[in-house]
Design a protein around this ligand. Sequence first.
Ligand SMILES: NC(=O)N[C@@H](CC(=O)O)C(=O)O
Ligand SMILES: [Zn+2]
Ligand SMILES: [Zn+2]
Length: 361
Amino acid sequence: MIPACPDTASPDKEPKRMTTLTLIRPDDWHLHLRDGAALAAVLPDTARQMGRAIIMPNLKPPVTTVEAAAAYRARILAALPAGSRFEPLMTLYLTDNTSAEEVRKARASGFVHGIKLYPAGATTNSDFGVSSIDKAMPALEAMAECGMPLLVHGEVTDPAIDIFDREAVFIEQVFQPLLARLPSLRVVFEHITTKDAAEYVASAPDNIAATITAHHLLMNRNAIFVGGIRPHHYCLPVLKRELHRQALVQAATSGSAKFFLGTDSAPHARHAKEAACGCAGMYTANAAIELYAEAFEDAAALDKLEAFASLNGPAFYGLAPNADTITLVKESWTVPAELSYGDEVLVPLRAGEAIHWRMQD
Ligand SMILES: NC(=O)N[C@@H](CC(=O)O)C(=O)O
Ligand SMILES: [Zn+2]
Ligand SMILES: [Zn+2]
């Protein structure tokens, strides 16, 4: 990281304000790109900022085979802007029927970098998810054997469990028993939202890591209800109390290599969000690194951003960091009120509001 300070005219009078920030190009370790016209609409946003991204497999139908992942990867590459060097890192969607053979095939493919566990019914397009860990055991054992990371949406789905407690209960009921059975399994606890998860991951062995979204670093659950119900602030796992937000900020800025950037940018058309039963997911890919920069700056930890955004993820996945850099400038700009999304429109996080960092082209 090469911070530059233009306040050299009065070096003694003012505290150093960082106004440009050059980072090794970041990667997004948790991204939803969708497919077809939606894919074509959102992909350029991520490709502009990120070197690579872990592409979530919750399409309709989900990406459950290496063959389907190869075809999806080809569609992503075909939709990239000319000259882009963005690399999609593919994942498979774990089901009760995923075979050990498919896991080994995925490992051998070289382009499948993780297998995603969605508890059935936990989130958007998760109906084909795992109904019980026992059923997925042959696949999970093969993953532990061949070193294939398990990416986890860590929420229980029991309707009797309060929605704000579903992540903490998942740790107890699913995560701990699973790791007791397969202690060498490499696991990414995706989009963690609680102090419980941050502490659990921090104290777990090195094969356990976590992604953290920008929105969970920047907002607490009050943001869902400011002056009325805010469907664009609804995502899963749902935003939590301020004490949890603070614990996530602490984890992300702690310098621990276990935590890394995963936007969980999850586009849904405006009408699907602003509805009687609105979809879960926030769109942040258009301003991803800027939103993280804000969160790190608020925590006076901009010096920790590069490791979180550009180094810890590749290290966990056994990849080299990107070879080029990006530069952020301290400069306010207004997020568009909406973005085009195929034939529809999409409302990004902070629509119509200011963001105080801007990535240079
Ligand atoms: N995060 C979300 O609220 N939604 C994601 C699914 C997910 O990551 O759980 C989506 O695909 O829309
Ligand atoms: Zn999820
Ligand atoms: Zn997600």
